[in-house]
Design a protein around this ligand. Structure first.
Ligand code: NAD
Ligand code: UDP
Length: 324
């Protein structure tokens, strides 16, 4: 198929784009490189450098017989969104509006959207099913929920969509890995401490109502996410529209992540308990049974050990990430 991947120079988008190229799809990437890297763009992809909020850029990316869009481009740091909410609504909701307008104009009726567990906020019950109430605790979560509502509304003109609510993506493939500057995500930060690139790190809150007082998350390997996207394109092409959780269905506290990194690397990780981070929900744990049933999705590498091991290997092999 001819596919457009927005945000394909970013962490998850580049892994998915590589998987699509490997499966024989024709891939066009549109990215403004605000948080992504040109070096992450897989060989064989056409690259349109530009912003998804710019109509000319988007039309250029979509006007080559594109059949479906995989939409990753977004700002995605919870605490940052608390500091500058309007940028998040502008980029994430405004950018998606531009994409949907251009899709309608170009007669493209299929989209796979990168949503987030952040739409749930602080859930009443774990694990979280797709039917759980959505009460985001951050502007980032609100921006994702707003887009989901746009997608539903656009079914009126024939849009079909899969909104994939990822839990915490982690890990790397041999070629692609996680490189954000500055980095805000837990696993790469803890690995940097283990590797001596940072002296220590702060655990955001030790007084949550969890097993050891630190926040709980569900970590899913980026390769397993990529496989779900390939299946989702097929499902949407056969008529599916809806929302699916993508997680490992296993919960880990921040301290358990630290212990896993220490075990995998054989190195100590200096840390201290600091204040809570604004916008952070206490605990997120997926039920991804619906995705497994609907897509036939089988996870093969989402144990926390495997996620950390692959991320560690990538950081050893790419000490400067994608920077030259
Ligand atoms: P990332 O920052 O690595 O990638 C985002 C990419 O989008 C970057 O290459 C960036 O340059 C590009 N981009 C951003 N705004 C743009 C714009 N206006 N125009 C063009 N390009 C733009 O982030 P990621 O971790 O790969 O996340 C990808 C998607 O998955 C995002 O939508 C994010 O909200 C969602 N998500 C990520 C996680 C996670 O754990 N990483 C969890 C849930 C959801
Ligand atoms: N976290 C932390 N210290 C850090 C970075 C993250 O304690 O330096 C915690 C954060 O509070 C959350 C978990 O690790 O509970 C995962 O955070 P991350 O930013 O990786 O992803 P998020 O859950 O915000 O999408």
């Amino acid at each position: 198929m001819r596919l457009c991947v927005t945000g394909g120079a970013g962490y998850i988008g580049s892994v998915v784009a590589q998987t699509l190229v490997d499966e024989g799809h024709d891939v066009t990437i549109v990215d403004n490189l605000s948080t992504g890297h040109e070096a992450a763009i897989p060989k064989g992809c056409r690259f349109v450098k530009g912003d998804i909020r710019d109509e000319r850029t988007v039309i250029k990316a979509l006007s080559q017989g594109i059949e479906a869009v995989l939409h990753f481009a977004a700002l995605s740091v919870v605490a940052d969104s608390v500091e500058r909410p309007l940028d998040y609504f502008d980029n994430n909701a405004g950018g998606t509006l531009r994409i949907l307008q251009a899709m309608k104009q170009c007669d493209i009726d299929r989209i796979i959207f990168s949503s987030s567990a952040a739409v749930y906020g602080d859930p009443d019950r774990l694990p979280i099913e797709e039917t759980a109430p959505c009460c985001p605790t951050s502007p980032y979560g609100h921006s994702k929920l707003f887009v989901e509502r746009m997608l539903r509304s656009c079914q009126a003109w024939g849009l079909r969509f899969a909104s994939l609510r990822y839990f915490n993506a982690g890990g790397s493939t041999g070629v692609h890995g996680e490189h954000h500057d500055p980095e805000s995500h837990l696993i790469p930060i803890v690995l940097d401490v283990a590797l001596g690139k940072r002296k220590q790190f702060s655990i955001f809150g030790g007084d949550y109502d969890t097993e050891d007082g630190t926040c709980v998350r569900d970590y899913i390997h980026v390769h397993d996410l990529a496989v779900a996207h390939v299946l989702a394109i097929d499902a949407v092409s056969k008529g599916f529209s809806g929302i699916l959780n993508l997680g490992s269905d296993k919960a880990f506290t921040v301290l358990e992540v630290v212990k896993t990194v220490q075990r995998v690397t054989g190195r100590e990780v200096a840390h201290h308990i600091g204040p809570r981070r604004p916008g952070d929900p206490q605990a997120l744990l997926a039920s991804s049974k619906l995705a497994q049933r609907t897509l036939g999705w089988v996870k093969t590498c989402s144990s926390l050990e495997e996620i950390v091991r692959s991320a560690y290997k990538w950081r050893l092999e790419h000490p400067r990430g994608y920077s030259r």
